[in-house]
Design a protein. Structure first.
Length: 90
């Protein structure tokens, strides 16, 4: 992942967009990430839309507040459970 400080970003947007085809380009302000350029063909337009939707973000915040780190179910466990459900529901 390439990190570029806003005050050092001297190249054109098209230059950074070309670099983003190889790896995400993260723009920072005082070292903190503020924006990212990444290819939509790799990460998906739908993923971007869903993950930035206000309702989805509220659900995620609420879920994180309810379940502290180290508690809950891992992503792998949830995938296995859902895969098993999918097979039995057909």
């Amino acid at each position: 992942m390439m990190r570029v400080e806003m005050t050092d970003a001297a190249a054109s947007l098209s230059t950074y967009a070309r670099k983003a085809q190889k790896e995400p380009v993260v723009l920072t302000r005082r070292g903190k990430p503020i924006a990212a350029l990444m290819p939509l063909d790799r990460y998906g337009w739908e993923d971007l839309l869903v993950s930035s939707h206000p309702t989805f973000r509220r659900i995620i915040r609420r879920s994180r507040a309810r379940c502290k780190p180290g508690q809950g179910i891992s992503s792998d466990t949830m995938r296995r459970r859902l895969a098993g459900r999918r097979k039995t529901s057909r």
